[in-house]
Design a binder for this molecule. Sequence first.
Ligand code: NAP
Length: 234
Amino acid sequence: MKKISIISGGSSGLGLAIAEFIVKEGKDVLILGRDNDKLTRAARKLSRISSTSHISTLVCNIGKESDIKLTGKFLKDHKIVTEYLFNNAGRGLITGAGTSTSEMIDDVFEPNLKGMILLTSEILRITPEKEELTIVNIMSTSALFGRDNETIYCAAKWGARGYTEALRTELKGTNRNIIAVYPGGMKTDFWSVIGEKQDITNFMDPAEVAKKIVGAVLDTKGLIVSDITINRKT
Ligand SMILES: NC(=O)c1ccc[n+]([C@@H]2O[C@H](COP(=O)([O-])OP(=O)(O)OC[C@H]3O[C@@H](n4cnc5c(N)ncnc54)[C@H](OP(=O)(O)O)[C@@H]3O)[C@@H](O)[C@H]2O)c1
């Protein structure tokens, strides 16, 4: 069985930066996203980093069970076993608490919470128990604090945190490691997707954040870093 690292939302921002560091380690990666052109551009960038790593892309809306099942089938058909799963895909929303709609809730919960659960469940289902699997759930400092005008986003990220904690309890003593990551603000497309005029000049560089995450995740040496909070210094 070939080993692979899967990164949801690996076509841009933090996910792509994580993929770059994984590829630098000579590992094979599979990046997931909804936009094939974005995935292709990202894969081209990754293949320039290492000629030995195998880069795969799959169009997968992680909130859609049918897409998740196709991803599982792809892995099984190609006899690939997941070594690292980075649940990174997500989107934000800034809106007042009195403006919430069903559509807004679905849009935010789909990648940040439902998609994390669906993808994790499928990978757990198809990964043989004897294989070591590390699941890295990228949340946000919005999963640690309540922020104004972020009620829906905070609810989704706090949900993801609850899921992560319960998963860790359930899988204790198995070959599955669960790592929770809580980053602060980063300079990524996240803010343009929201359409929010936010001054992100002083926000963190996603490459710096990814370096810290991948460094901690890969450097196990018999120990495991279970929770990672990353903030800018000032
Ligand atoms: N930027 C920040 O300030 C910040 C701070 C704290 C935490 N975070 C978290 O960090 C993670 C990465 O975000 P980012 O800042 O790197 O933003 P980004 O550049 O917008 O990346 C988000 C990625 O998620 C993918 N995605 C969104 N919905 C998806 C879905 N339903 N299925 C599959 N892929 C989906 C997007 O690709 P497609 O749109 O092509 O599908 C994109 O590749 C997110 O979980 C975010 O909540 C960000």
